[in-house]
Design a protein around this ligand. Structure first.
Ligand code: UD1
Ligand code: CA
Length: 498
C-alpha cells in the first residue's frame, strides 16, 4: 500500500490540477449563451477541453466561471460533476482568472495545467505530450505553441538568438517585428504551482486592454532566471481557438473531418463527407455505410452492415447489424438486426424494433416494441404499444393512446393482422392470431383468433345519383352503365334461348 498523498500534491505521473479558464464574456460570439457552452461535434467547447485533459489524472479540476456563470455551472454539473467551479467576480484578465483558481486550492503543489476554455480541437495526446515535455525539460512553466499562417489576434512567442523562449507578447501590444512572428501562444500551459502563484501575484495591468495577462507570467519567470519552455504542438490545428461564430463553424468542420477520417480509416464507408456529420461520442462499426446527408448524434451507434441515409438523423439511437434507415428522423430508438426504417418516418424515444421488423413510409412511433418480423408499412401512428412477432399493421392505422389526460397502452399479439385504417383505442388488447376489419374503431379487446369488426354496415341507396344529381356527368355515367348492363342482360337472355 502506498502512503496517502498530502492533500495538495500531484498523484504519481499525474498533475496537481487542471484549471480551465472559462469566465470570459466571449463578446465576439454576440450571444446570450456563454462562449464555452456553444457546441460542436456533440459537446460544448468546455466539454471538449475537459475531455482533452481527462486522461491526465489530475487531483483537482477547476473551472473559472464568471460571465454566464449559472449556465456554465449547471452544464458542468451535468457533464463533469467532479469539476469544481471557481468564481471570478470581475473579468480582469486571463492572469487574474488563473490567480483566482489557484487561490481556491491554497495547498496545491506541483504541475498545473492551465487551459483556455475556447480550444475545442485540443486532443488528449497534445495535452499529454505537453506535460511530458514540461517534466523532461525540468521547466517551471511550459507553453504550448504552434506555427500558423495567420497569427492575427494571437499572442506571439518571442525567442532569443538561441531559440529560448523569452516572452509572450499580445498582438495589440506587439511591435511590428514581433507581429511578423508566426509562432503563437496556444493558450495551454503547464506551470509549477508555487512559481505560478508568485508570478501571478506580480502581474500588472499596464497593457492595451488594462487586464492581467496570464501570458506575462512567462516573461516574469524568465526575468527571475527560472527555466521556461515553449513546445510546438504536433498538429497546429489542435490549438485553434474559437472566438466568433465563423470560427465556431470552421472548428466544427475540422472536428467533423477528423471524426470522419477516423471512421473511414477504420472501415466505414462515408459516401459524402461534406454532408455527413458525426458527433465525437458516436460509434460506427466497420462496413457500415453512411449515405449523404446523415447526422449521427449523441450516444448513437451503428453496427456493421447497416446502411444509414440518405438524409437521416439519428440521435441516441442504436442501429444493429444489417439494418437500414432511409430518410428518417430517429430519437432514442433501437433498430434491431436487419430491421428496416423509412423512407420518411419519425421514430421517437422508446421505439424498439426487433430483428427483421419493418417501419415503412410516413410512420410515427413512440414508446413501442415491434416484435420480430412484424411490419408497420405505411402511414401510421404507433404510440405506447407492444406488438408481437409476425404481425402486420395495415396502412393508416392509429394507436389511439391519449384520452386527453393520460396515455394508455395497446397490446397486439403474434401473427395479428390489423386491417387498414383501424383505430386501436387504448387500453386495448388484440390477441394472438386475431384480425381487425379495415376501418374499425376497436375499443374492446379482440380475443385470439377472432375478427374484430367495429364499423357501420354498408347500405347502397340505388339510383340516388340519377334522382338527386340529374344532368351531371356522374348521372350520365351511371345511366350509361345501367343501359349497358340492361343490354348485356338482354343479350345473355337471347343467347340462352337460341
Ligand atoms: C489568449 C492569449 C493569447 C493566445 C490566445 C489563444 C491572453 C492574455 N492571451 O488570447 O496569447 O494566443 O488566447 O487562443 O491570455 N478568461 C477568463 N477571465 C478573464 C479573461 C479571460 O476566464 O478575465 C478566459 C476566457 O474565457 C478564455 C481565456 O481566458 O477562455 C482566454 O481569454 P480570451 O479573451 O479568449 O483571450 P484571447 O484574446 O483569445
Ligand atoms: Ca480566445
Amino acid at each position: 500500500m502506498s502512503e496517502p498523498l498530502p492533500p495538495g500534491a500531484a498523484p504519481e505521473g499525474g498533475i496537481a490540477a487542471v484549471v480551465v479558464l472559462a469566465a470570459g464574456q466571449g463578446t465576439r460570439m454576440r450571444s446570450a449563451t456563454p462562449k464555452v457552452l456553444h457546441a460542436l461535434g456533440g459537446r460544448s467547447m468546455l466539454g471538449h477541453v475537459l475531455a482533452a485533459a481527462a486522461p491526465l489524472v489530475a487531483r483537482h479540476t477547476l473551472v473559472v466561471v464568471g460571465a454566464g456563470r449559472e449556465a456554465v455551472e449547471e452544464h458542468l454539473a451535468q457533464v463533469a460533476p467532479g469539476a469544481r467551479p471557481v468564481l471570478q467576480e470581475e473579468q480582469r484578465g486571463s492572469g487574474h482568472a488563473a490567480a483566482v483558481a489557484l487561490a481556491a486550492v491554497p495547498d496545491l503543489e506541483g504541475p498545473v495545467l492551465l487551459v483556455n476554455g475556447d480550444a475545442p480541437l485540443l486532443r488528449p495526446e497534445t495535452v499529454t505530450a505537453l506535460v511530458e515535455a514540461h517534466r523532461a525539460a525540468g521547466a517551471v512553466l511550459t507553453v504550448l505553441t504552434a506555427e500558423v499562417d495567420d497569427p492575427t489576434g494571437l499572442g506571439r512567442i518571442v525567442r532569443d538568438g538561441d531559440g529560448a523562449v523569452r516572452a509572450i507578447v499580445e498582438q495589440r501590444d506587439a511591435t511590428p517585428e514581433q507581429r511578423a512572428i508566426r509562432e503563437i501562444n496556444a493558450g495551454v500551459y503547464v506551470g509549477e504551482a508555487a512559481a505560478l502563484r508568485r508570478a501571478l501575484g506580480s502581474l500588472r495591468e499596464d497593457n492595451d486592454q488594462g487586464e492581467q495577462y496570464l501570458t506575462d507570467v512567462l516573461g516574469l519567470l524568465v526575468a527571475e532566471g527560472a527555466p521556461v519552455a515553449g513546445v510546438p504542438a504536433e498538429d497546429p490545428v489542435d490549438v485553434l481557438g474559437c472566438n466568433d461564430r465563423r470560427e465556431l463553424a470552421a472548428r466544427r468542420r475540422t472536428l467533423n473531418d477528423r471524426v470522419l477520417d477516423d471512421l473511414m480509416r477504420s472501415g466505414v464507408t462515408v459516401v459524402d463527407p461534406a454532408t455527413t456529420w458525426v458527433d465525437v461520442t458516436v460509434t460506427v462499426a466497420a462496413d457500415a455505410l453512411l449515405e449523404p446527408g446523415v447526422h449521427l448524434r449523441g450516444t448513437t451507434s451503428v453496427a456493421t452492415g447497416a446502411v444509414v441515409g440518405p438524409d437521416t438523423t439519428l440521435v441516441d439511437t442504436t442501429v444493429e447489424e444489417g439494418a437500414s434507415v432511409v430518410r428518417s428522423h430517429v430519437l432514442g430508438a433501437v433498430v434491431g438486426p436487419r430491421a428496416t426504417v423509412g423512407p420518411f418516418s419519425y421514430l421517437r424515444p422508446g421505439t424498439r424494433l426487433a430483428a427483421a421488423s419493418k417501419v415503412g413510409a410516413f410512420v410515427e412511433t413512440k414508446n413501442v416494441q415491434v416484435g420480430e418480423d412484424s411490419k408497420v408499412p405505411h402511414l401510421s401512428y404507433v404510440g405506447d404499444a407492444t406488438i408481437g412477432r409476425g404481425s402486420n399493421v395495415g396502412a393508416a392505422t392509429v394507436f389511439v393512446n391519449y384520452d386527453g389526460v393520460a396515455k394508455h397502452h395497446t397490446r397486439v399479439g403474434d401473427h395479428v393482422r390489423i386491417g387498414s385504417d383501424t383505430m386501436l383505442v387504448a387500453p386495448v388488447t388484440v390477441g394472438d392470431g386475431a384480425y381487425t376489419a379495415a376501418g374499425s374503431v376497436i375499443t374492446n379487446d379482440v380475443p385470439p383468433g377472432a375478427m374484430g369488426v367495429a364499423r357501420a354496415r354498408q347500405r347502397n341507396v340505388a339510383g340516388w345519383v340519377r334522382r338527386r344529381r340529374p344532368g351531371t356527368a356522374a348521372a350520365q355515367a351511371a345511366e350509361a352503365a345501367v343501359d349497358a348492363g340492361a343490354e348485356a342482360a338482354a343479350h345473355t337472355r337471347a343467347e340462352a334461348s337460341e
